[in-house]
Design a protein around this ligand. Structure first.
Ligand code: ATP
Length: 274
């Protein structure tokens, strides 16, 4: 079953204009096995899209494809109407930031220094940071509530503070899309909710697209505008949480019986193993 609701060109190192990711009929094989099969969807800026599905379903591979780190065997991945692989890497990095599942250890930097690294695609190796760079760094620190500990070493932060510092770094970097592979995996339920709420606000207030991989279905349903469900590399459903959070869809995605209830106060759906 597939359910789906389903730009200007960039030249050289010009800053990208606002636009979408369009994934069309993507296939990828590894070791003779299909990792992604006929995956298609479109995601616009100003929306939060959650990718959900069981372990090994292809979520990280799909996100790496959006980031341009993995090329499809067939099919297309377009950003601003242009194939991701055809982009100048620095120009792409100004539009799209990718935070992988395993974070590099930059723990000897202060939080402000870490966030400053996000500006590299803008000033490059030879130019000094501009006023605009400094403004973007301070704004990202402010939006993520990192200002109070901006001068502390990353190594001294709690897990939640660290996660926010990395989010600040990608926020300082990219103007159009943040690709976040399990950004809340190490967080308790309160920090998960706060981080997802922050990403949702950043997305809606600034017109930024956020694509994130998340395992907690209830958190995904609460904070995402769209959910893309993957099973064995295939899209089972791509739509709003109201449409996707159905027992038949979720049971198919995870291959176990799942019941869905409506939150008594908030009205959104939550899923439980039946
Ligand atoms: N380079 C590779 N060579 C062979 N197999 C690969 C390669 N990369 C990924 N795979 C396989 O593709 C499948 C999808 O991997 P992927 O990391 O995208 O899954 P995932 O949905 O993100 O899983 P998880 O929830 O466990 O992180 C897995 O079975 C994985 O072993």
């Amino acid at each position: 079953m597939i359910r789906s609701d389903n730009s200007p060109e960039q030249k050289g190192e010009a800053s990208p204009a606002p636009s979408s990711f369009e994934v069309e009929a993507v296939h990828l094989q590894r070791d003779g096995r299909a990792i992604l099969s006929d995956v298609s969807f479109k995601i616009d800026p100003g929306q939060v899209m959650g990718i959900v599905g069981s372990n090994g379903a292809g979520k990280s591979t799909l996100m790496k494809m959006l980031a341009g780190h993995v090329r499809p065997d067939t099919g297309t991945v377009l950003f601003c109407g242009k194939s991701v692989s055809a982009w100048n890497p620095r120009a792409l990095a100004r539009g799209v930031a990718f935070l992988p599942q395993t974070l590099p250890t930059n723990e000897n930097h202060t939080v402000r220094e870490l966030v400053s690294l996000g500006r590299y695609p803008w000033h490059g190796p030879f130019r000094r940071r501009s006023d605009e760079d400094y403004k973007a760094i301070e704004e990202a620190l402010r939006q993520t509530d990192c200002l109070p500990h901006a001068d502390r070493l990353v190594s001294t932060l709690s897990g939640g503070e660290k996660q926010r510092a990395w989010i600040a770094m990608v926020l300082a970097q990219a103007k159009q899309f943040l690709l976040l592979d399990e950004p809340t995996s190490a967080l308790d339920i309160a920090h998960q909710a706060r981080t997802l709420d922050l990403l949702r606000r950043i997305s809606h207030d600034n017109g930024i697209g956020v694509v994130l991989i998340v395992h907690d279905l209830n958190i995904a349903a609460r904070f995402c505008d769209k959910l893309l469900t993957l099973r064995d590399g295939q899209v089972v459903a791509f739509d709003t949480p109201e449409i996707v959070m159905q027992p038949d869809i979720l049971s198919e995605v995870y291959d176990i019986p799942i019941q869905v209830f409506t939150h008594p106060a908030e009205g959104y759906s939550v899923g439980y193993i039946a």
